[in-house]
Unconditional design. Sequence first.
Lengths: 211, 211
Amino acid sequence: MDQKVISSAVIKRLPRYHRYLGDLLESGIERISSNELSEKMNVTASQIRQDLNNFGGFGQQGYGYNVEYLYHEIAKILGIDRENSMIIIGGGHFGQTLANYSKFEQRGFVTKAIFDVSPERIGESVRGIMTYSMDELESWLAENPVEIAVLTIPKQAAQEVADRLVACGVKAIWNFAHLDLKVPKGVVVENVHLSESLMQLSYRIAAKKEK
Amino acid sequence: MDQKVISSAVIKRLPRYHRYLGDLLESGIERISSNELSEKMNVTASQIRQDLNNFGGFGQQGYGYNVEYLYHEIAKILGIDRENSMIIIGGGHFGQTLANYSKFEQRGFVTKAIFDVSPERIGESVRGIMTYSMDELESWLAENPVEIAVLTIPKQAAQEVADRLVACGVKAIWNFAHLDLKVPKGVVVENVHLSESLMQLSYRIAAKKEK
DNA sequence: TGATTTTTTTGAAAAAACTAACAAAAAAAG
DNA sequence: CTTTTTTTGTTAGTTTTTTCAAAAAAATCA
């Protein structure tokens, strides 16, 4: 029923609000006004208020926002107030690094398994997370449905694997492969293209030199 | 002299154009019109033409764009037509993974050294890239200036290290630490906040369920 | 209680991003 | 060599996003 579409510009800012509120929470600050927060975060107070009001009124006139409450409300909006289970496809350096990264777990993103094609990796485990053969993908997922599949495989294999994941009912892909995946409507893909990020940095270096 | 400021929305799209042109080049296609490209990339032809025209007229009426020429021109704009040297600060899993990733090298991003605080890592090497002590950072950089420093350290240490890097003349930081770095004007920072990316994915999963 | 603070909410203005349209140039066709 | 077609470069128009302003409401604080 909550049919209003929130612009992606707003969504992108939410995790940052959440982070700052987490920092405030840690330093024991109980309340904050949009004005104070705007100074810390270097955005306008108006934008903070408007962003938050997309989801409801979390503040109180004359008081501001309760840090802990707002922190948890944003977590709810972001869907990180519950467990999100993940599998990692691709047990190479990158996949293992992500499996190793315990910060994700603290946010509720729990990696359940790693899948890989190469026989020597199968059976290995990282922090207790087992590596299975890609052949077992379908049967494993049938028994253990997950929210998110993380793709850390070469782009040549990525589309085919994505198709298999979608066929197994996976509805969200965190894609590190350097291509644009084609998925049916209803499946969400979030891309992390590191080389593109690096190129943007490079552009800004180059652009500065020209001046 | 080239004082026109290009919007970051345009910059973000350039690497993607470059990638598609690279694919076309590999499949031996010599020319392409903005219309054909727009179909492949799922953007409007108008946007492609306008984006490119920010940097000059690379096409020809009645012909379209020469794939190879445009590919190299975009590379020039992005500053990836030359070597960009990097150091990685933080020799943990993530730092090592990035050092291992040879794709960056193919694009001209060459990692020269890794720096770390923990004694057991110092002296280790990844693909011939040596790990040095953080104590050696200043002296090493004095001898070997680099374009880009990659920060893959915990956020607690990140600002202090960034300050040291800036003091050594580093002008660009690729930041994986989960905080907003404060740097003087003239230093560029490109953030990769993986947990924020994951949260955006999580939001989209949660938002879909509500319908 | 009454003055003050600060959000909520609305509306409008300004800026940014995107799309559509078209003249001009080149290529292709006849 | 002329005409038609293609397709860019560029301008104008539209939509989206952001910023700004201000009234109303609610809570705080003295």
